[in-house]
Every structure is written in C-alpha cells, then in structure tokens.
Design a protein around this ligand. Sequence first.
Ligand SMILES: [Zn+2]
Ligand SMILES: [Zn+2]
Length: 344
Amino acid sequence: MKALILKSVYDLLQGSQPLEQVDVPMPVPAANEILIKVSCCGVCHTELDEIEGRTPPSRFPMILGHQVVGNVIRKGAQVTRFQESDRVGVAWIFSACGVCDLCSNGLENLCTEFKATGRDAPGGYAEYMVADEKFIYSIPEIFSDAEAAPLLCAGAIGYRSLQLTGLQNAQTLGLSGFGASGHLVLKMAHSLFPKSKTIVFARNKHEQDFARSLGAVWAGDVTAIPPFKVDAIVDTTPVWKPIVESLKHLKPGGRLVINAIRKEKEDKNALLELSYEDHLWMEKEIKSVANITRKDVDEFLQLAAKIPIKPEVEVYPFEQANKALHDLKHKHIKGAKVIVMKGN
Ligand SMILES: [Zn+2]
Ligand SMILES: [Zn+2]
C-alpha cells in the first residue's frame, strides 16, 4: 500500500519535504482490530510537533495522522462492534491500559500507557490502517468524510477544552488563536452557552474577520484592549506570548485553558514579562488539556451532528501532504486541512 512516512525528526525551517511516499506491506488486523481503508485524514498542528521533535514519534519510520475517516474492510476474529463497509473514524487516542486508577476514573487521556495514533502506532497518512475496535467511532451520517476528519481531533479536543473551562451559560469566553480548533470551539460555545458572549484574540486580520463572521462580538490582537474581561479563555496558539497577554483579559477567578500539546520555544522570552500582580493575582488559574478520551470524541461527534457543526475544510490530495503541512506552518488560511485519498 501507499504510505507517507516520517523517517526522523525534521527541521521545517530548513526543508519542506518531511514525509516520503513509499510502498509498505498492508497491515494485518489482530483479533481485536479492524482494517480500515482510509478515505481521508485531517492535518493537525500536532503533526508539526511530531515532525519537529517537540513530541516525536516513539519509533521511526512512522506513518503520521490521527484524524482518520474510512471504511472497515476486514475485521479480526473477536470484533463485534463493527461490520465490513461501516464508516468509522480513528482519533488521537490509539489505546490506553484500561485498568490503572486514571483509566478507571475516566481519565484515560492521562494514562501512563497512553498511545497516540500516528505517533506511537501507524496512523492515517496511508491507504490502510488498523486499530482496536474499542478505539473506533461511528461517524454520524450528516458529515462527509472530509468534514468528519477535523472533528476527530480539532473538534473533540476543543470540546474537552471547553468542558475544562467550567464555563456556565451567560459567562463570557475568550478564544486565543483562531485556527482549526478555535473556530470549532466558537461554534460549540454558541450552541452550549447561547447567552455567553465570545471574543477572539488573533494576530491575523483574516482570522479576526472570520471570527466576527461566526459571531464573535469582538476580535483583535491579544495586545489590544477588548470591550470586557472574560470568565474563561481557551488558548490554541503554539506560542507563549498569547498566554502571558491573555491572562490580563481574565476576570478575577478566571481560568485559562491551554489546548496545545507542546509550545514552540522561539518566543519563550515572553514569559519574562509575566507579572504576578497583573497576570495571576486574584485567583486566576491556568490549566492544560492533555490528549483526549473516547468519551470526549463520542460526545462531541453527537453534539456536532445535532447542532450541526460543519467545519470549514480545505482539501489536499494525498500526494500533497507535504504542501498541506507547509501551508499549516507558514500560512494563515481559515479552516482545517484534510488529505484525501484518490477515488474519494
Ligand atoms: Zn490533532
Ligand atoms: Zn491506564
């Protein structure tokens, strides 16, 4: 089968071809696994973190990709949840131990045995992949394959972030960064908390316009002064400056939730501007979001179908995955990027 592999950590400032197209043997599903013919796979900022070594694959070569939509074409002997031809999705959580205290308490996302799709096990940048039937989702009919892909990560982790803010209806929300995840968080916030006003911090003018077009009452740079302070902020940026700056925009007792697997180190100096008095005093909180549970993915897919939330997607053919990654790193284009296999 055709696959795109990452052979080693790669500097995207030096080159633009991190992934190499190769022919590899088709994977064979174990008794608890299904074989999926991949239709499309979302492109996530986490892939940049894997490629550039901030959260590198646990082995090389690795097939990246953790927002996978496809159809079941074969199943292991013990598989009962799915049938051949079912349309399914695979998300960031590839597996967790299932028995530790964290797993038993609904925090399988924090399990020490947590394995990530496309980082610790081959993912969806390939014609086929295998996954445990317990870590696979049915895709609601309302979505096309390409629409469903970004929901599996950007959407689901956005949902978890929003839950972790503890926001109540009519409380105010800020979003820092307005890419694939940010725009989905805005849509679900408006549905879950119809009386809440949302403001958006984004550097890029197009992102600011996009945010206003989706109902943000204000959008501007994080260094600008918004019309009001907010109860909670979700940060989806890869950098540090918005963390420090956005803390100023929190109300007393407000909470900043950082939805990023790793932060880039280029602007780490921004942290030296952190002032206890302006940024943390008055019981302000900072909380990170780590990984995702199956419950997050399931609940979010149901919510997204009900609202409905259809992500804005930008489609790239399989052969242009490197271009999609390049565009994600260097250009600010609205919506989520999805790699589509030929014939879909
Ligand atoms: Zn992701
Ligand atoms: Zn566990």
